[in-house]
Unconditional design. Structure first.
Length: 260
């Protein structure tokens, strides 16, 4: 795992998925990185430019957040696409964000799949490999963000890309280490206190507590919050404050320190 961005106890990146039609400006001050929807499940040239412009003065590192081209289901439904079609769609979306970044003198540093595509890359090696190899061919300097311990991270490293392991503060984990499906009771932590406690556990104890109370080991370099979660801004504020009070430095995996 020589291409992995290593986790450091007492240091973490705090990210959110943005450009999806929610209040980016309000949540950005609490983050150190973000992944921006780029035309698949959400987003267009205008929203990409706006999010990039809002992130830049705050020093928030930016990346691409491609998903299945399915706005009707917000990219949370797996589509019957071939590997070639998935690769082409992902590259089209990432290229669109690069175009927006060039126009605003912003920098793009990573790719993180969205929704059903993210989970498909966790379950199926062929999908993860197709995505990683497509990015390696077109944008070899980018890092791949994926769930800690996932196939996607293995395939990113196999393709010669940096890998960044991710955990979730605002989602419930099942005993097998996967996330509880959305729509099931308690799948999304809407309690700021609960999300903040889980974030500290991820960094300090390198674990999450599953739905049945079983502690699961997790070694993550970045923690994700979802901008579309009810009360997302309050959750992000609570998570950041709790991490800082636990003497955890919030720093992007791109190496940028966050604001104090």
């Amino acid at each position: 795992m020589e291409n992995a961005v290593r986790s450091v106890k007492g240091e973490i990146d705090l990210n959110a998925d943005l450009g999806e039609g929610f209040d980016d400006a309000a949540i950005l001050p609490y983050l150190s990185s973000c992944s921006i929807a780029c035309g698949g499940h959400a987003g267009d040239a205008r929203t990409m430019a706006a999010t990039l412009a809002a992130a830049r003065p705050l020093g928030v590192a930016c990346g691409a957040h491609p998903g299945y081209p399915d706005r009707a289901s917000f990219g949370r439904r797996e589509l019957p696409m071939t590997l070639a079609e998935i690769s082409a769609s992902v590259l089209e979306q990432v290229d669109a964000l690069f175009l927006a970044a060039r126009k605003s003198a912003a920098t793009i540093g990573h790719v993180k799949p969205h929704g059903a595509l993210y989970h498909a890359c966790n379950r199926r090696r062929d999908t993860a490999r197709a995505l990683a190899e497509a990015i390696a061919r077109r944008h070899p300097s980018l890092a791949i963000v994926g769930m800690a311990g996932s196939i996607l991270l293995e395939e990113a490293e196999r393709a010669g890309l940096r890998s960044v392991a991710e955990a979730f503060a605002d989602r419930l984990y099942l005993e097998d280490g996967t996330l509880a499906p959305r729509g099931t009771s308690g799948a999304v932590h809407e309690s700021a206190d609960k999300a903040a406690a889980q974030a500290v556990d991820i960094v300090r104890e390198r674990r999450v507590i599953s739905a049945s109370g079983v502690p699961l080991p997790v070694d993550a370099r970045t923690i994700c919050l979802h901008g579309d979660t009810p009360g997302a801004v309050g959750i992000a504020k609570a998570v950041r404050e709790r991490l800082l009070s636990a003497s955890v430095e919030i720093k992007s995996f791109a190496g940028r320190p966050s604001r104090a």
